[in-house]
Structure formats: C-alpha cells, structure tokens
Design a protein around this ligand. Sequence first.
Ligand SMILES: [Zn+2]
Length: 474
Amino acid sequence: MDQKTPKYITTTLPYVNSKPHIGFATELVRADAYARYCKLQGHEVFLNTGTDEHGQKICDKAQEEGMSPQEFVDSLVVDFKQLLPELGVLPEANFVRTTDEHHKKAAQEMWRRCKANRDIYKATHQVKYCKGCELEKTDSELEHGKCPLHPTTEIEVREEENYFFRFSKYQQALLDLYTSNPHFVVPDYRLAEIKKFVEGGLQDFSVSRLKTKMAWGVSVPDDEDHVMYVWFDALTNYISVTGWPEKEDFGGWWPGVQFAGKDNLRQQSAIWQAMLLSAGLPNSTQIFIGGFITSNGQKMSKSLGNVISPYELTARYGTEATRYLLLRHVHPFEDTDVTWERLDEWYTANLVNGLGNLTARIMKMAETHLDAPVTVTDVTSMDVKALEHFEFQAVLDGIWAGIGAMDEYITENEPFKVVKTDKVLAQEMIEKLVRDLHEIAESLVPFMPQTAEIILAAIKENKKPENLFARLEG
Ligand SMILES: [Zn+2]
C-alpha cells in the first residue's frame, strides 16, 4: 500500500453540565466509523474527543450541587469517558479535558497570537446573553426578546469591560474559505446557511469574563482580572491535542475533519475558523454537520421525560447493535425521530431476523455440507464514495439490500433441499452464499467491527457462530 496522508478526526467536545446525550453518542459513533474506514483505506488515524469543562453553566450547576467546579466536572467526566468503550470506539482514541494543564497553556498561546495580530482588544459594552446557549445574542437573533432555543430562559443584559475578538475583520476571509472549498461544510445546505450568516455581517464578540463575576475559566494571559470565554478556550482543543504549540507542525496531524451538530454550525465553521486565521494557522479540512434526534416529535428533555440515554441503548441492545441503530436509523444530516418502539422494531427486523438469522442459516449449511472452509479474497466492495461524503445511512442501506437479496436467493434456490438430490450443485450455492456473507462482513467493519470479526472468523473455521443478536424479551 502506498503512503497515505495521516487523518485527523474529531468530535466536538460536549459540555459536561449533565449526563451524555444520545446526540453526542451518535456524533462519536460516526467519527469512529469514519476513522475506522480511513484506517481500512490505509491512513494513519488520530481520533479525538473529550469534554468542555469551563464556563457559567458549569459554575452555576456546581454551586447548586454544593461542589467546586472542578469537583463537579470530575464527577461528570466519568460517564463521558466510559462512553468510548461502551460504544466500541477505537481504543487508541484521544480524550481531552479542557481543564487539562496542557490544553490551558495552548488556549493561552492561541490568545497571545490573536492579540499579537491585533484581533483581541479591550472595550466596554452592553451585552445580551443567553445562559442556555452560553452565547451573546444580537437583537435579530431574539424573538420577542427571548432566545428561540431557550424561550423559558431570561435574556441577561450585561455591561462590562471585556476583551473582544475582531470577528468582523474576517468576513471576507471566511467567505473566501467557503468559496475555495465548496465542500468545506457538509451537507451543502449547511454551507449555504453559514455563508448567509457571514454575508450578513460579523460583529466582534466578547472573549473574556471578569473573574469577579465568573472565575471558572482559563486565565487571560497578562491580565489577572479576566478569564477566557468558554468557547474561545474550548475550540483550541482541536489543535492542543496534537501537541501544539510546542509542535508548530501539529505533529503532522492538523488540519482535520470535524464532526458536529447543527447547533454548532456557527462556532465550528465561522468562529473557530476566524480564530485559526487570526493566529496564522491552517483552517479545518472539512466540517460535518449532523441533525438533531427527537423523540415523539419533541426535543429530548428531562422535563418531558423522553430522554434516551446512550447507556440505556447499550444496556438493551448491546454495543454493536447500538452502533448500527445510530449509524443507520439516525439520518446523517436531517433531524430523526426515535422511539423505543421503533428502535425495537429495527433491532428485531434487521439484526435478529436480518443479519443474525442469515449468518446462522448460511454458516449452519456450510458447517453441515461443506468439506472445508470456503476460500475468500479480501476485497472490500464497500461504496467508498458514499462514506467519504459521510453517507453512513446510504452505505448501510446498501449492505442491508445485499442481506435481503441473499435471503431471497436462499428462499428461491433452497440449497438445503437441493443437497438431498444434487450435492455438488448445493455446495456451489452454499459457497456463493458464504462468499457473499464474507463481502457483507468486510463492509461492516467500520460500523460493527466485533460482529464483522465474528462472521469472518466463522467463515474461516467453517462453523456456525453463537447467536449474534439476542431476541428482546417481553
Ligand atoms: Zn439560547
């Protein structure tokens, strides 16, 4: 295999003011499947994820719980870390916390470089702020004086002397970036959305907080009175994990591919890119923007009692089936509605009765009627292009179309009957099925690595494997 370029892949860092969300689990599984796919293509891969641990909301929550902010994030980070093995994420994946010492130093260096470029300045300013978003809001973003994303949260008006980031300076540079990289943001309509936002004009925004008001953040270099705004600190994680700034060349990893949700479009594809431009650093390679997951048509929330946690999914379906459900049945770009009833249906129809049953039938016939394991060649027939465009669902739809065709082949040709009258013909049929199953298993490697491994081993040993997927009870 020829030398392939290293691939750096990262999720956003979820904010640890509550338990891990199914939306983040989906983002993580996508990034992992994409990383595994890149590995299969011969790339060296750096997969990054972690937690965003500073800012007002965490400060407030910690106080409610009677803990220090550090104690509070330490208590919550456990569930986020555990999510990696729980979802079968590559064991070599990196996990960064924005409270890590090295990350804080990198964030300060980012600040110094933006400031050296005259893009950070001090000014007094009245700000409208949504605590729910941890973002300042312009009047045009408010509906009846409220944040449309947090209609029950009061908008705060604050007057303070803060440091500002000269975002306005980067309007043209950002538009140029989007124009010269027509797939910079995927899907296309999200690129159009951010383009429109940038074309509408950019306002400088405050990137510091007075320590007297909110001290839980990375200290602003050479100013005792301020901490950095949480976004400014957290976004730097994408490069701090490569060993920057000590490694000026990012150890060869940056720039990379970023996975994010649609609520992160502006931060990832405009703010972060402007910060990189200001610091004289390369922009991201590409940004994938996913949709939301709703339940019964509503956003999941504690108060509605419709939250589905990733741990509940793995407890009910297991790691591999959870990966399958999130990668195939959650649309990569559009919002998807998920209910336990539907999840159960997909699991039973496509895994228990689909892939699981088909594997058992074929390998039972092979074990009984073939004298030796079928010789298979390692070629992956996976629709490569589709995964390069993050079409997880389309690739899996294709694999399941193959599974359906194999089921039909068995029904039509009945090799288990033919074997009684024409053993040679029946063996040919079974061998064909085993080769097709081998192809299915190879295509499944990035999505369901353990399952693929079990099927490939069964083919090698010419032996029916243990049940792949347990039937749901009750
Ligand atoms: Zn809001």
